[in-house]
Design a protein around this ligand. Structure first.
Ligand code: GLA
Length: 391
């Protein structure tokens, strides 16, 4: 299956469901998923990332209520949940928590949230590493900000959406996904410095080349526990360096020489993890130069190098992801490929010459089925704008 265009009909279907459930016209927001070209597992190490918002999104319809109730309907799951703004707690159901977590964070910042009705649905595949959760969190923050006229700026919304996931959902994620969903710009990637939060939009309208996502169809069940472990290992590396170099506050400040000197002798595993992160930051800086100089071939080679690092040093890949990267490696139509996102499943991101896509897909689907006994899904990613109001 190849999914290509933006599916705005979803916005209508979500709106219709809202109207039939709540008998009133809603305010509708679109909040997209994201891809990340380079800079993986660097955000929570204060490093650099290169994400973009895509043509897969959550659509959220909301209206105010006269009481304090929160009525939420998941259009895709066909499930509903009722909560209360005076006592916002984890639902025990998982899916409403992305919304409730944001409500709680807004309240913590002192914003009064009245009762509201909400229907949401979307086409970001769940567990495929395109950040459906960040999209849902950003959709909620943006919707409630508009609905209640809170006047919260976009960066604050990003930060509280990230915190909602940290606190309410329990994943110690960095800031990349929420930032990309909220700040995305059509045909541009965002070069974000996760330390200063300074960012610039880099044009990404590479003639004749498309972003192809190959979805392993493996849900990343290990992802949250291993993700939190990786984060701790990076922190352990920073501590080992800090004993000698107190100025080093994160892996962003560390050099490969410091790792060799202070981390390698103490802990071989922590060393490998930190080495990947420091190398990935350096790689991203060099890759930004590639993009500025229009050298997409050099950029693509760095994507392969990132995959190697994620697979061998950071160990967040899996056999399905490794298979897919290996499968495209010698294809002259493929400029670069690597696993994308947290890991342990989800998608590979591939830069592919337009003329080579059909043949690649025709070969990859049966090869993947034969090797892994699983169905491969294929998405063509288009870079779109970030979270916005539709009505
Ligand atoms: C997940 C997290 C992000 C980031 C990536 C890995 O998507 O939510 O913050 O750490 O993994 O780069």
């Amino acid at each position: 299956m190849i999914a290509n265009q933006q599916d705005h009909s979803l916005a209508y279907r979500v709106t219709d469901r809202f109207k039939s459930s709540f008998n009133t016209d809603p305010q509708v927001v679109r909040s997209p998923g994201r891809v990340n070209l380079l800079g993986e597992h660097t955000d929570y190490n204060n490093g650099f990332v290169l994400p973009a918002a895509i043509n897969k999104a959550i659509y959220m319809a909301v209206s105010r209520r006269d009481d304090n109730a929160i009525h939420i309907i998941s259009f895709d799951l066909d499930l509903s949940y009722i909560g209360d703004t005076r006592n916002v707690l984890p639902s025990g159901l998982h899916w409403p928590d992305y919304i409730l977590g944001v409500v709680q964070q807004l309240q913590e910042l002192g914003h009064p949230i009245g009762g509201f009705n909400c229907v949401f649905g979307g086409d970001i595949p769940l567990g495929a590493g395109m950040s459906s959760s960040a999209a849902l969190e950003c959709a909620t923050a943006f919707s409630l900000n508009e609905l209640f006229g809170l006047g919260v700026d976009k960066l604050t919304m990003v930060k509280l959406a990230q915190k909602a996931e940290n606190v309410f959902v329990g994943v110690q994620c960095g800031i990349m996904d929420q930032f990309a969903s909220m700040f995305g710009r059509k045909n541009h990637v965002i070069r974000l410095d996760c330390q200063s939060l300074a960012y610039e939009y880099v044009p990404f309208n590479t003639e004749g080349i498309r972003i192809v996502l190959l979805d392993t169809n493996v849900k990343h069940s290990l992802a949250s526990s291993e993700y939190n472990t990786r984060r701790q290992q990076c922190e352990a590396g920073v501590k080992l360096i800090q004993a000698h170099e107190p100025g080093v506050k994160s892996l962003r400040d560390a050099t490969l020489a410091m790792l060799d000197q202070y981390v390698a002798p103490a802990d071989a595993l922590v060393y490998r993890r930190c080495q990947y992160v420091v190398e990935e930051n350096l790689r991203l800086l060099a890759a930004s130069d590639d993009l500025n100089q229009g050298d997409i071939a050099a950029f693509g080679q760095k994507m392969f190098a990132t995959h190697e690092g994620l697979s061998k040093k950071y160990e967040v890949s899996c056999s399905e992801l490794d298979f897919l990267v290996d499968f495209v490696k010698d294809n002259p139509g493929v400029i670069g490929a690597r696993m994308m996102g947290g890991g342990f499943g989800g998608c590979t991101i591939n830069l592919v010459k337009e003329a080579a896509i059909e043949d690649l897909v025709a070969k990859a689907i049966p090869a993947y089925a034969a090797a892994m006994d699983k169905e491969l899904k294929v998405y063509i990613g288009q870079i779109e704008n970030g979270t916005s109001l539709l009505s």
